[in-house]
Design a binder for this molecule. Sequence first.
Ligand SMILES: Cc1cc2nc3c(=O)[nH]c(=O)nc-3n(C[C@H](O)[C@H](O)[C@H](O)COP(=O)(O)OP(=O)(O)OC[C@H]3O[C@@H](n4cnc5c(N)ncnc54)[C@H](O)[C@@H]3O)c2cc1C
Length: 496
Amino acid sequence: MGLMLDRVGSGRSPQGAAGLADLEREVTRDLDRLNYPPRAWPVPKPAPDGSTALDALVVGGGMYGQTMAFALYREGIRNLRVIDLAREGEEGPWGTYARMDILRSPKRQCGPDLGVPSLTFRAWHEAQGRSWDELYKIHRLDWLAYLLWLRRVLDLPVENGTRLLALEPAGGLLRAEIEGPRGRESVFCRNVVLATGREGAGGRQVPAFPSFSMARGDRHPRIHHSADPIDFGPLQGRRVAILGANASALDNAGTALEAGAAAAVMFCRRPALPQVNKSRWMVFPGFQHGFPAMDDAARWEFMSHVASVQMPPPHESVLRCTRHAGFDLRFAEPWTDVIADGDEIDIVTAKGRHRFDAVIFATGFNVDLADVPYLTSLLPQIETWGARVAPQDAARFPALARLPYLTADFQLTAKAGAHAPEVENLYLLSFGASLSHGALAGDLPAVRATTTRAAQAIARALFVTDYQAYRQSMRRFSEAELEPTPYFVPPEDIAP
Ligand SMILES: Cc1cc2nc3c(=O)[nH]c(=O)nc-3n(C[C@H](O)[C@H](O)[C@H](O)COP(=O)(O)OP(=O)(O)OC[C@H]3O[C@@H](n4cnc5c(N)ncnc54)[C@H](O)[C@@H]3O)c2cc1C
């Protein structure tokens, strides 16, 4: 799995490159008109090791992390670092394990631009001489190229190859242990933003079977999770079994068939595909701003309904598969065992035993902070939804009950009686926020509302915490407004 920008890159043609250069000049003008970046104002905070604490550490340099950095810059918060364990261009799914051709979302999505017209995807697309009207939906590699372009023109400081290892409270600050090209270091932070994506909020969901369990550590060269790098070339003429019926299952089936697989057979428990994407309904400002203000009972009722109806795969992904004779989708046929037998793999179901050459678990991701290694020391202090609802409700929807309970500004919440106020300096911008903020959290349509709100909350907290310093600064403030006029009076002549 390498960097895929060579396949669909930004400004590759001379016309595209010239168009982007023009657009970049327009971006510079726009940002200048918006007085971006504003003056940096936060008061420096000394850390216990003699350094100055970061105002924010943003963990994850994908779509949410880089937009969060932009949102913080817009609030004049510049003492920050953004780290991502991936190499540049491999952040998030777009150029790595996402195997759809196009984004699910309609092309009219704004977000990472934070409302600046010249920073929109449409501006980027048209600047390269491409027609907007003729575009059906955004190609995923174009989306990746666009995000990387934004990062460059906004000069967002993503440190690649750098991983967060541990977080612990440190007397009102958070101490982050990180490891990157410079080695291992301890960084003291006033706020930490976790923008670690689907996989970063709990890891992969992998089923366990009597004869094969990834969770137990079993490995096989042709048994994969859909988020693995998979070389589809050798699957030509082979039979591939896929567990799951979500978008990723279909995109992996489609990729296998397009690579020449003889068969791609999907198996799922359910008797039919979910039919309605309720998340699509949620894309409007009233929902994004209003849902977190609803009480716990209303949010639980709303989201448990959404969880019950589940989400269909995009119809484009289905049609991509059904045009191949080798495609099959078997409903109501869960697997009971996976048995590696030499070069082949047997899938056992209640309906029979089937032979395949490769297996892909398209079983998605878990959201469970208990499985996030860097949260181990804070975990006992973090409130989850399970503590906010009746035990029988939590038992009915255990995956929802495990989700963290966030404030309206995306902060984690400390459990009642916990002695770790630092928990509330942690912001979670990912699918883990979906019960507190609605199913959109972590997806493209919510990126602007989410990052703007979290950045403003950080600005507020920085100000409120250091209020006495700002108050004194206001007293010292002595810009002589009337100096050029005849009515100027020197400060020493003014009676106290
Ligand atoms: C296959 C797929 C297709 C999707 N298609 C769409 C779509 O069409 N439309 C839509 O709206 N949404 C879609 N989504 C959902 C969502 O928009 C994407 O997942 C999007 O990438 C979320 O952005 P993010 O910044 O939250 O996470 P990511 O893009 O996943 O970025 C998170 C980053 O955090 C880094 N990271 C994780 N842990 C650490 C650590 N400990 N230290 C340092 N860095 C760390 C990772 O390396 C990663 O780069 C899709 C998701 C998937 C998985």
